[in-house]
Design a protein around this ligand. Structure first.
Ligand code: SF4
Ligand code: URA
Length: 261
């Protein structure tokens, strides 16, 4: 029998909400390589005949050398990045190590929006690389998307709120014009909101428990609110609901979970 891979485990985990006990944490070296530079195209290794889409994040290899053409071909994206890097419009600018702009592909059709950088993101300058980020990466793989090339990931605030508190209203208000410009540039087919914070600041809505799984509209873009992966780490049974939400998103793209082999 084939040895179960990380992909089987994600599906199992997300479907049943059960924890399998197996170690799914990614090797730190792989993560560092993968996310060494923002907006870096990753090459998916050629698939053996008959194999379906990316089976796991381990299939994704970082590309060595210069950035691919698509990154510099949005000069507005890079100039916005530069603008944010020297921003001090709110107090978070004083305590940050790195401004965390975005990860993935600014041409992506699928965009994820989280809260704000945590300690690992502040240290690396890349969103969603800590424990919650690793779960997000596995959720994206389970959706049959390639995180680096097929998604764009950003946050409500670009600098870390000290002690991992939620962003304050004035901080979110100061930072959101950047995010709104990013959304306008990416113009994704679907946006997924991760947790209560983006729901509050993009829609002025409270009640992620009630509103998750229900489509919203942001300037003509369909938006699916779901749970934040940090919440899923604390509440594994909620993974079942998150997986239902993500499957609704997959349906928009005509994708189905890869069949178990
Ligand atoms: Fe500027 Fe946003 Fe950082 Fe505040 S959180 S300093 S508004 S980039
Ligand atoms: N949580 C978030 O909301 N965003 C990150 O970038 C990391 C953790």
């Amino acid at each position: 029998m084939r040895k179960p891979d990380i992909f089987d485990e994600i599906i199992q985990c997300l479907k049943t909400g059960a924890q399998t006990g197996a170690d799914t944490s990614m090797d730190e070296g792989i993560l560092r390589d993968l996310y060494a530079r923002p907006v870096r195209k990753a090459a998916v290794q050629p698939k053996p005949a008959g194999e379906t889409d990316a089976q796991s994040v381990r299939d994704i290899q970082p590309v060595q050398g210069p950035l691919p053409a698509y990154a510099p071909d949005i000069p507005e994206w890079e100039s916005l990045r530069t603008e944010c890097a020297s921003c001090s419009k709110c107090g978070l600018g004083k305590t940050r190590t790195n401004m965390v702009f975005a990860d993935g592909n600014p041409h992506a059709e699928l965009m994820f929006i989280g809260e704000g950088p945590g300690a690992d993101e502040d240290a690396s300058g890349v969103p969603f690389v800590g424990r919650a980020g690793q779960l997000l990466t596995r959720m994206i793989a389970a959706m049959t998307f390639d995180r680096a090339t097929e998604t764009c990931i950003a946050n409500i605030v670009k600098c870390r709120p000290p002690g991992n508190r939620n962003p304050a209203d004035d901080e979110a208000a100061a930072c959101m014009p950047y995010l709104k410009r990013q959304i306008a540039m990416v113009h994704p087919k679907v946006i997924v909101l991760l947790g209560a914070v983006p729901l509050l600041y993009l829609f002025n809505l409270k009640g992620i428990m009630r509103l998750r799984g229900h489509w919203l509209d942001y300037e003509g873009i369909p938006v699916m609110p779901t749970y934040h992966p940090a919440f899923l780490l604390r509440n594994p049974p909620a993974k079942k609901d998150a997986w239902a939400d993500l499957q609704a998103v997959m349906a928009v793209f005509g994708r189905k979970p890869a069949p178990r082999r």
